[in-house]
Design a protein around this ligand. Structure first.
Ligand SMILES: Cc1cc2nc3c(=O)[nH]c(=O)nc-3n(C[C@H](O)[C@H](O)[C@H](O)COP(=O)(O)O)c2cc1C
Length: 394
């Protein structure tokens, strides 16, 4: 057990050819929540800003006023985040479950100059083969997300056949936001799935495969939490919920208000009805879309077609077991004009959020640095929207 005085300066994080001054990866948050404004701001502060490829064809087409396909939209989003982030480190989160656009999103991000592809919500078995044909293949770090030592082992064996090992791995525990790896609430809450236990499992597996930094995710909240993971042997952390609660994130004003107001009892793992992906999905129970889904008031419908094969998402046909996460999440970033209600996903620790802050202030807090007064954005100029932010930044 290391006894440490806090605050204690954080070390840098090296992954493949990338060096991050701060060992913090801002988690990818779809749809549109880890916007280019958020990822750019994190990159500017020395961490890795991560975009989410989900729904970018709609989001980036609207922002740029022209129709872009999934590949071109991913490329453009990376360029926009790089510009916003003074050319700092930018990753793209590509979910395996968004199967129809998986390959285009990976290749488009590489076209746009992305530094890392991060992939989970399923096991990214095909990723090394997909990147192989791209001229930037050797420049881009490949980072799978796993939730067990066994999943890590499976990926390592499969990727080895393609002559490519992960450049780092993110280990996501059951307190994370969005989808989590377990199918039942009992399983997710089982003490054997505590993040630190999963980290030990994965650290144990990777030590036989060379230098693969392990990144801890799910419930990391404070400077001290970051050190807890580093002291276990991790290279860094990935954090979602803290970054969702910043001015720069894509969440709309209702979402941010509920983030600040919610109590621990308000945060649930949606199971039945739940996500069409078959994994548990963490929500704030007052989300209007979730409330509607609980009483099966919303008729089965999916007109987006992002999830699962050929758009054959179960929520298109039934509303007993699943609800259409794409429509609910798009409404929560003001992107859905189909009269859909809003769905808010968060990590378990969302109940600890008591105010929205700037990324600059959050990154200083997480590093244990004092927050200079001029870093705190005065109330009257706090941007309420991404448009307002763009005016301030670009
Ligand atoms: C609002 C929200 C949306 C998320 N969406 C995704 C996603 O699209 N893909 C993904 O791999 N992880 C997603 N995550 C997980 C985060 O990237 C991150 O690993 C996780 O939230 C870390 O836990 P924390 O929220 O306790 O920091 C999401 C998390 C949140 C809070």
């Amino acid at each position: 057990m290391i006894s440490r005085q806090f605050p204690s300066p954080l070390p840098e994080l090296k992954i493949k050819n990338i060096t991050m001054r701060v060992p913090i990866i801002q988690g990818g948050m779809g749809i549109g929540l880890s916007s280019y404004t958020l990822a750019g701001a994190v990159a500017r502060e020395g961490g890795m800003g991560v975009l989410s490829s989900a729904g970018l064809d709609r989001i980036v087409s609207k922002r740029h006023g022209k129709k872009l396909n999934a590949r071109d939209a991913a490329a453009q989003d990376v360029r926009d985040a790089k510009k916003m982030g003074d050319n700092g480190v930018i990753g793209m989160n590509v979910m395996v479950a968004v199967i129809n656009q998986y390959e285009d999103s990976v290749l488009g991000s590489m076209d746009g100059g992305v530094d890392a592809i991060i992939s989970g919500a399923g096991l990214p078995m095909a990723l090394p083969e997909i990147v192989k044909s791209h001229p930037r293949s050797n420049e881009v770090a490949l980072i799978p997300i796993v939730s067990s030592g066994r999943a890590m082992e499976v990926i390592l064996r499969r990727w080895k056949r393609s002559d490519r090992l992960p450049d780092a791995v993110i280990v996501e525990g059951p307190l994370a936001g969005g989808h989590i790896a377990w199918r039942t609430v009992e399983d997710a809450l089982d003490p054997k799935h505590h993040l630190n236990i999963l980290l030990k499992e994965v650290l144990d597996v990777v030590k036989n495969w060379g230098n693969i930094p392990v990144i801890a995710a799910g419930g990391v909240y404070t400077h001290e939490d970051i050190w807890e993971s580093l002291d276990m042997g991790c290279g860094g952390v990935q954090m979602g919920t803290r970054f969702l609660a910043t001015y720069e994130s894509g969440a709309n004003a209702n979402y941010k208000k509920l983030l600040v107001d919610c109590k621990e009892d308000d945060i649930e793992l949606a199971a039945k009805p739940g996500s069409p992906c078959g994994m548990l999905f963490r929500v704030i129970k007052q989300s209007p879309f979730y409330q509607q889904a609980l009483v099966r008031e919303r008729a089965p419908k999916c007109d987006k077609g992002y999830l699962l094969n050929k758009g054959n998402c179960p929520s298109k046909f039934e509303n007993e077991k699943t609800f259409c996460i794409c429509n609910g999440l798009l409404a929560a970033i003001e992107m859905n004009n189909q009269n859909e209600k809003e769905l808010y996903t968060v990590g378990h620790n969302a109940f600890r959020i008591n105010r929205i802050m700037s990324v600059q202030e959050l990154m200083a807090e997480l590093q244990g640095l004092p927050v200079p007064l001029d870093m705190v954005v005065p109330l009257e100029i706090r941007p309420q929207s991404n448009e307002a932010l763009e005016k301030l930044r670009i």
